[in-house]
Design a protein around this ligand. Structure first.
Ligand SMILES: Cc1ncc(COP(=O)(O)O)c(C=O)c1O
Length: 406
């Protein structure tokens, strides 16, 4: 008889990563080995409520049965073709995603950063081909404190020194203005402007919700200036805020919507640029592509995600449970919480710095069975799967209270 495989514990597995994994993350000291719904289990068999949900990549919870079934079905038939050939899953994915977002066309990619890069390329091409901006003069206006991903072009217009320092030289053509400041945006936009690129809610910055009217103002301003409005809904979109898209809170329709994270159902990376025919129609064969973008497995899972969102159930849950989240945090105001912002099932919580950094609070929450993560400083982000129950959410808020007041 062979001896059973030796299982390694938390400490040993974390130590094993140290010499062989690039140190570009500083994870909480928990080693997850299985998960279901809103709950994960570590290698020691301890259970945790997941209040981060993969930065919104797990909006439907871990291993949602409909998504797992769609993936299994597709795995048994066809997984990859490249775009050298058509595959029988892509048309339905594009049709249903375009219909869900209320736009004409879809450019399928894989990660969020790729969707942002693709949106930038499309906007520049549109500026030259349609708007008539002189060659290589196109500009894009972005917001300070943005987070759009980690490629060299994207970190080049980040204002976070840790994200950009040491990675230059950067791509030119970006102008940065303060977020939530329409006058500054108006001053930065001119005849060379291809697009304004913003997050409707800034997630990594600490779930910063702009003033009412800001998104409407951006829409009006970009229309007046004859440039595109690109909404990066990679974290805010697909149900998180109580609507399919966060821009819907102001009934705003951008020219281009960038999606990612939850579009892959927590199973595979799936992202997309969704836009009008006038904009996405500027691309011709050979001008842009991706070996994996639009692969049949991604399309099958993405279609199943769209199907879940078509029911409206998840948007409704996020809106209803968002009230529980907001009221729970309001009750903690002055009791360890010095500020918070919520929209749907998404919150940025500023804890009293005297009680510790966001990291320290997250570690204490982890020891109490709640997984959350700091954004920076003393701010933590709460973004549970949209499948979380009211009871589970109250339990998490109770644990936060205990951690902050004991
Ligand atoms: C708004 C936004 N855009 C883009 C990205 C980048 O996505 P990815 O990590 O899949 O490249 C993120 C990731 O956090 C994000 O929050």
């Amino acid at each position: 008889m062979t001896a059973p495989a030796r299982t390694r514990g938390t400490e040993e597995l974390i130590r094993a990563e140290e010499p062989v994994l690039a140190h570009n993350y500083h994870p909480l000291p928990v080693v997850v080995s299985r998960a279901e719904g809103a709950w994960v289990e570590d290698v020691e068999g301890r259970r945790y409520l997941d209040m981060l949900a993969g930065y919104s990549a797990l909006n439907f919870g871990h291993r949602h049965p409909a998504l797992i079934e769609a993936a299994h079905r597709q795995l048994d038939r066809l997984t990859l073709t490249s775009r050298a050939f058509h595959n029988d899953r892509l048309a339905e994915f594009a049709e249903r995603l375009a219909a869900l977002i209320g736009m004409d066309m879809v450019l399928p990619m894989n990660t969020g950063a790729e969707a942002v890069e693709s949106g930038i390329k499309v906007a520049r091409k549109w500026a030259y081909d349609v708007k008539g901006v002189p060659a290589d003069r196109a500009t894009i206006v972005v917001a300070a404190d943005n987070f759009h991903g980690r490629t060299t072009t994207i970190v080049g217009f980040s204002t976070d020194e840790a994200a950009r320092s040491g990675f230059g030289p950067f791509t030119p053509g970006f102008r940065t203005v303060p977020y939530n400041d329409l006058a500054a945006m108006e001053a930065a936009v001119d005849e060379t402007t291809a697009a304004v690129l913003i997050e409707p809610i800034q997630g990594e910055a600490g779930v910063i919700v702009p003033d009412d009217g800001y998104l409407t103002g951006v829409r009006e301003l970009t229309r007046r200036a004859g440039c595109l409005f690109i909404a990066d809904e990679i974290q805010s979109g697909l149900g998180r805020t109580g609507r399919t898209l966060a821009v819907e809170h102001e009934s705003v329709v951008p020219d281009v919507v960038l999606l990612g994270k939850a579009l892959g159902g927590g199973i595979v990376p799936v992202s997309a640029v969704v836009g009008s025919r006038e904009v996405l129609g500027v691309l011709h064969p050979g001008e842009h592509g991706s070996t994996f973008g639009g692969n049949p497995l991604a399309a099958a899972v993405g279609t199943a995600v769209v199907e879940l969102l078509e029911t409206g159930e998840f948007q409704r849950r996020a809106a209803e449970l968002g009230v529980v989240l907001r009221e729970g945090l309001a009750a903690l105001a002055g009791r360890g919480v010095v500020g918070f912002r919520t929209r749907g099932l998404w919150a940025g919580v500023d804890v009293d710095p005297a009680l510790g950094t966001g990291r320290e609070v997250s570690e204490r929450l982890m020891r109490e069975g709640i997984l959350a993560k700091d954004t920076h400083g003393s701010t933590i982000r709460l973004a549970p799967p949209l499948t979380v129950t009211g009871e589970e959410l109250r339990e998490a808020l109770g644990t936060l209270e205990k951690v902050l007041t004991s």
